[in-house]
Design a protein around this ligand. Structure first.
Ligand code: PMP
Length: 450
């Protein structure tokens, strides 16, 4: 490894960071992470902290997963790569598809299409949704509906259904035919409704109105995160996603669950769809599927959708889509080992217990610190604290404040993430009670510093 001075001097010289202005990297040098074990990460200065972010919502099992490392090493030796395009397959990917089918069978999902990550998975689902309708002779169903505040990755299709201006404005024009409805975001919403159940009904009404306005026969799919992540951990009322699913079914619209964050236990259920009792037509996964050990993703496909493709006689079912790394054998080996570990550790129990501990702790911090406007989460290990300038008016906090909380919390032993006015937590699902205490006291110091 190059020494500390080299790394600090050269970080911004030849490297552009995602989601960062290049000038920011020069003016505010990032923390350079050089090691990790268990639930902790270590920086170039030797400072070690609890990783309250879990990599980027993906390191569910922590950083010391020996079975995954062994599986990757063995697979690198045996077959480092072969494509699964027309005419070839590999042993690992076949086994993984079978394992995922068993894992997601309660969600009604029985086929897998592999990708290199979350944005790829979203793009795949959007494209296959349009193709599904074309196979069935409904070529006019091309539009997509989604939620404001939703995040669906950064490819052009995904950015088009994204509901956050930051990821759109500089890249327009995006895909035509994408429309957004209000998210069931209780703290701030256009209806001024503070009751989550009534808000869910209002958002469902907005969806129904939009379907009628666009014409159901023009809409291919509705895409949503069961719990909105990057948009600030927005947990819908339990009636919301089932209501969406019912409207979709009634109108022949496919439901795409974007579970890039929520699949594999993050919400305390094995999938976000299962949390709400919904069976989607497509489920986008990535992130925890390989726990950060390998870039990988999978779109899971409902049996009913699979049947349409598999019994097609129109000649329209050839999938003209796929990635060089679709079904990468090393990724598949990593995913198999992660899935086995995820099940062996039954991570949903700890996600639920530690999620409750963090949520209660954050609510106590809200009593103590006026800068906290809202605390969200309470379903597994996805939580957010929304900072405000003034509680009564819910005015935005000074721009620098979330970053100040992050910096102080880091010095006090915990890495947290900031996104707009939100401080976000998505730690490994193997977090200990002691780790959670460290995160809470680090945040306490962070809020106090404002
Ligand atoms: N969908 C959701 C819900 C996500 O949270 C993300 C990533 N945070 C993506 C899609 C995109 O995934 P990736 O960054 O792996 O392309």
């Amino acid at each position: 490894m190059k020494d500390e001075n080299y790394l600090k001097a050269n970080n911004a010289r030849s490297l552009w960071h995602p989601m960062t202005a290049p000038s920011d990297s020069l003016n505010n040098p990032p923390t350079i992470i050089t090691g990790a074990s268990g639930t902790r990460i270590r920086d170039v200065d030797g400072h070690e902290v609890v990783d309250g972010v879990g990599g980027l919502w993906n390191v569910n099992l922590g950083y010391s997963c020996q079975p995954v490392k062994d599986a990757i090493a063995a697979q690198l030796d045996r077959l480092p790569y072969y494509s699964i395009f027309r005419g070839t397959s590999n042993d690992c990917v076949i086994e993984l598809a079978e394992e995922l089918r068993a894992f997601f069978e309660p969600d009604g999902l029985t086929r897998a299409f592999f990708t290199s990550g979350g944005s790829d998975s979203v793009e795949t689902a959007l494209r296959l949704a349009r193709q599904y309708h074309k196979i069935r002779g409904e070529a006019g169903r091309t539009k997509f509906l989604s939620l404001k505040k939703g995040y669906h990755g950064t490819h052009i299709g995904g950015a088009s259904v994204n509901g956050n201006a930051n990821f759109r404005t500089q890249y327009e024009p995006l895909l035509p035919g994408c429309f957004h409805i209000p998210a069931p975001y209780t703290y701030r919403n256009p209806f001024n409704e503070s009751d989550p159940e009534r808000l869910a009904q209002l958002c469902l009404q907005a969806l129904e109105d939009e379907i009628a306005f666009q014409g159901a026969g023009t809409i291919a799919a509705f895409i949503m995160e069961p719990v909105l992540g990057a948009g600030g951990v927005i947990v819908p009322h339990p009636s919301f996603m089932p209501g969406v699913a019912a409207l979709c079914r009634k109108n022949g619209i496919l439901l795409i669950a974007d579970e890039v964050i929520t699949a594999f236990g993050r919400t305390g259920a094995w999938s976000g769809s299962r949390l709400w009792g919904v069976q989607p037509d497509f489920m986008c996964t990535a992130k925890a599927i390989t726990n950060g050990y390998f870039p990988f993703g999978a779109v899971m496909i409902a049996e009913s959708v699979a049947q349409v493709f598999e019994t097609d006689e129109s000649g329209r079912a050839a999938i003209g889509h796929g990635y060089t790394y679709s079904g990468h054998p090393v990724g598949a080996a990593a995913a198999l080992a992660c899935l086995a570990e995820t099940k062996r550790l039954n991570v949903i129990d700890n996600a639920t217990a530690r999620g409750a501990q963090l949520f209660d702790g954050l609510m106590r911090l809200k009593d103590k610190h006026d800068v906290i406007g809202d605390v969200r989460g309470g379903k597994g290990l996805m939580l957010a604290v929304e900072l405000v300038g003034d509680r009564a008016s819910k005015s935005a906090p000074p721009k620098a404040q979330p970053g100040q909380v992050q910096a102080v919390a880091y010095q006090q032993g915990a890495m947290v993430r900031v996104s707009g006015p939100n401080v976000i937590l998505s730690p490994p699902l193997v977090l200990t009670a002691e780790d959670a205490t460290v995160i809470l006291s680090a945040l306490d110091a962070g809020f106090a510093a404002l």
